[in-house]
Design a protein around this ligand. Structure first.
Ligand SMILES: [Zn+2]
Length: 339
């Protein structure tokens, strides 16, 4: 048989036996003797060299040397995986930390929302949910934002088709609730909203809001201030101060934005509060009589307040998160910190 063919046979046979070799010192010695011993298969093949024609001898010698070398290297590296008892040590690096066993956790936005919910539920609010895809009527018209109203430009809208939008705020749930129920009403409506905004550290094409609505007889702006100031203290600490600035929303009149004292710097001024000592938290106001008219409530009999806040905004302040996109990327290095 040609030496090269036989050499290849021996190599394959050796590798096969090495792979199935029991971790037993005696068996290991037998294998070494069988292939690399003085009377082993390799030596055996070397002994046939004398029959090879002179002109082929150099090449055949080279093949045999390579065979002996490669088998020795394989065998030595196998031996290195064994400990002194011949046990296989090839378990990887035992000094490495064990694989992290990832357990699931509540997403920081869900956690923040749960906290917000529980504060308002204790005050007697119940939770309702509205549709994310809604008609122009619920998202705009009934909230006193008629077509061509400049307020529509405040919220870059995703249109599903003519007259149907991805809701731009959770305020649509106010209308659904009021059309289905008679007052008094005391609800919060959390959910996802969508706006066609450039994605950056501060804005994303979707985010989450909690809407609040309270309608009863003789509800005043003082009630609104009391409830929202209580919320801020429950959420961020009893030392938090609040202030209300006049603002504009089409569906409330008067409208305000609530700020709270910056707890990062104790109002001394920092880059988070833009050196003003105050942080914007939410928008609010007294329900506009036009909204009552669109759901057939008599504004002479009923009054109420509404408010809305971004859950991401609250979570970013609460946990010191600087990039809103982290909430949506599913990066376990970020999410794992909240487990
Ligand atoms: Zn500050």
């Amino acid at each position: 048989m040609h030496i090269a063919v036989r050499a290849e046979e021996i190599r394959e046979q050796f590798l096969q036996e090495l792979e199935g070799l029991p971790h037993d010192a005696h068996q290991i010695k037998l294998l070494k003797d069988k292939y690399l011993g003085r009377k082993g298969l390799v030596a055996d093949l070397f002994s046939t060299l004398k029959d090879v024609p002179v002109k082929d001898k150099p090449n055949a010698g080279k093949i045999l040397n390579e065979l002996r070398q490669s088998l020795s290297i394989k065998f030595e590296s196998y031996i290195k995986t064994l400990d002194s008892n011949g046990e296989n040590m090839n378990h990887g690096d035992l000094t490495l930390p064990e694989d992290p066993y990832l357990i699931g956790g509540i997403h920081p936005l869900t956690h923040t929302l749960n906290e917000i919910n529980s504060i308002f539920i204790k005050l007697g609010f119940s939770t309702v949910y509205g549709p994310e895809v809604d008609t122009d009527f619920f998202n705009f018209e009934a909230l006193n934002i008629p077509k061509h109203h400049p307020a529509r430009d405040m919220q870059d809208t995703f249109y599903v088709k003519d007259g149907v939008v991805l809701r731009t705020h959770t305020s649509n749930t106010q209308i659904h609730t009021m059309l289905k129920n008679d007052p008094p009403i005391k609800i919060i409506a959390p959910g996802r909203v969508f706006r066609n905004e450039d994605i950056s550290v501060r804005s994303y094409c979707l985010f989450h809001q909690v809407e609040g609505l309270y309608i009863d007889k003789n509800v005043s702006f003082a009630d609104l201030k009391g409830v929202l100031s209580h919320f801020a203290r429950e959420m961020f600490g009893q030392n938090v101060k609040t202030r209300f600035r006049p603002s504009y929303f089409p569906f409330t009149e008067p409208s305000a934005e609530m700020d709270m004292s910056c707890f990062f710097c104790d109002q001394k001024g920092c880059n988070i509060c833009k050196y003003e000592g105050w942080l914007e938290i939410l928008g609010c106001g007294m329900v506009d009589p036009e909204v009552f008219k669109s759901v057939d409530y008599n504004p002479e009999n009923w009054s109420g307040y509404a408010f809305g806040m971004g859950i991401e905004r609250i979570a970013m302040l609460k946990y010191g998160v600087k990039d809103i996109r982290l909430f949506y990327e599913g990066d376990t290095r970020f999410l794992g910190q909240f487990v």
